[in-house]
Design a protein around this ligand. Structure first.
Ligand code: HEC
Length: 122
């Protein structure tokens, strides 16, 4: 019983520390801070692309001629296009997407996982 309580306190303490040092923790222990299992298109990928990409890649003349609106267009770019290549370039590379700076490591991990799953409409 006592052991269980000590473990619970430890988990809580680590959790609180992660809250304060999120960036550092996520770099050191990407899998602790980032859950990239069972990545859903509707819940994770679509909102991410909407927030980070659609300001330029939507409408009648999307940047680079690349439309990233809706599952079909996004999965197309993911499976047959250069989407993953362009979001994993080094900071400072003029071809990096989004141009304002790289996505967070966890977002890139989620997109990678979703593409590895076959870019489903889940
Ligand atoms: C501020 C505007 C802007 C944002 C935001 C943006 N892009 Fe782009 N994107 C561009 C422009 C402009 C081009 C065309 C020039 C080039 O290839 O760099 C482009 C080109 C691309 C290309 C290459 C298209 C091709 O077929 O050659 C991909 C892939 C891409 N963007 C993906 C993304 C993704 C994924 C995001 C979100 C994570 C994103 N972009 C966010 C402006 C943007």
């Amino acid at each position: 019983m006592a052991h269980w309580k000590i473990s619970a306190c430890f988990v809580l303490a680590v959790g609180l520390m992660q809250g304060c040092y999120y960036d550092v923790e996520s770099e050191l222990y990407p899998n602790l801070a980032c859950d990239s299992t069972n990545v859903g298109f509707a819940g994770r990928i679509k909102p991410l692309i909407e927030n980070q990409c659609e300001s330029c890649h939507s409408g009648t003349s999307p940047s680079g001629g690349l439309l990233l609106a809706g599952h079909e267009a996004i999965s197309d770019a993911a499976l047959t296009g250069s989407l993953l290549d362009r979001i994993t370039l080094e900071e400072g590379n003029p071809l990096l997407m989004p141009p304002s700076g790289a996505l967070g490591a966890c977002d890139i991990e989620a997109i990678t996982q979703w593409i590895n799953d076959g870019a489903p409409a889940n």
